[in-house]
Design a binder for this molecule. Structure first.
Ligand code: FPP
Length: 263
């Protein structure tokens, strides 16, 4: 798709006011399944690790461009609970890349007022990986301008199961009522602090959620882009946002025009 710089304002607002003329804001919370690193490397007859390394550069480019597109929260899938089944060398590479990414981008994130959080199961992570994560989280804790969440050793089902256990413990301690409300339960998820996920993007042409943000994506728009993650950047993100703006989000309700037409 040809993109024009004027299609989105710097704040990410639609210039034409959307389908029904009502102004609406671009996606506030965008989640990305960064897929296609292996295929990118294979196309170049390179080891898969080169694809992941190029994927880190794509992540940096994309995060850098996100705030200018009006995005305030971004959650990216860096390592899934299922990724442990990959060869040990590839798992080790991904662990190292998380450290490399966090270390190399921390100063920039800090300078730009961005908060970095890593969500997912920490118990299985090595002490050196945990140290880098905890240091970066502490350094950026008070920042509010942009929120980057890296899902690492994350699985949507595992996160919901862990939240259920914490919810049950809090009920047993008498801290919360066992009223079964979505809101009460949602506070125990690792993503509880953030706004709802407006848009989930998956690259590489695959069309699955792959256990990512199962609870949080209940009403998200899904955009699948035929670009391999290492080639991704702000222009692709802008294209996904334009697609998002064309969608009409009804949250299970009816469109006003439909209700009037039905009398
Ligand atoms: C999927 O590509 C990607 C991953 C499993 C890891 C994503 C990691 C990065 C983008 C780089 C590291 C960033 C952090 C923050 C750790 P794939 O290997 O499944 O690709 P394929 O489907 O083409 O084989």
């Amino acid at each position: 798709m040809a993109l024009t710089a004027s299609a989105l304002t710097p704040k990410g607002r639609s210039l034409n006011g959307g389908a029904h003329g009502a102004a609406f804001t671009a996606a506030r919370h965008v989640a990305i399944i960064m897929d296609g690193n292996g295929r990118w490397a294979k196309q170049r007859a390179l080891p898969r690790s080169f694809g992941h390394r190029a994927g880190v550069n794509a992540l940096k480019r994309t995060v850098e461009g996100a705030a200018d597109l009006g995005i305030q929260w971004m959650t990216v899938f860096g390592f899934s609970t299922e990724n442990w089944s990959r060869p040990a060398a590839e798992v080790a590479e991904l662990m190292n890349l998380l450290k490399t990414y966090v270390k190399s981008d921390l100063a920039r994130l800090e300078a730009e007022g961005a908060r970095l959080r890593v969500i997912g199961r920490r118990n299985d992570l090595a002490p050196d990986v945990l140290e880098v994560i905890e240091h970066a989280e502490a350094r950026t804790r008070h920042n509010t301008r942009f929120h980057l969440q890296v899902a690492f050793n994350y699985g949507g089902r595992a996160d919901i199961a862990a939240a259920a256990a914490r919810y049950a413990e809090a009920i047993a301690r008498g801290e919360v009522a066992a009223n079964g409300s979505e809101e009460a339960f949602g506070r125990f998820l690792s993503t509880a602090e953030g706004p709802p996920v407006d848009l989930v993007i998956r690259t590489s042409g695959e069309r699955r959620l792959s256990n990512f943000l199962l609870w949080e994506a209940a009403y998200s728009e899904l955009v699948f882009q035929d670009v391999l993650w290492p080639d991704y950047g702000p222009d692709h993100l802008k294209a996904a946002l334009l697609e998002f703006q064309r969608r009409e989000r009804r949250y299970g309700g009816a469109e006003v025009d439909d209700v009037l037409a039905a009398g």
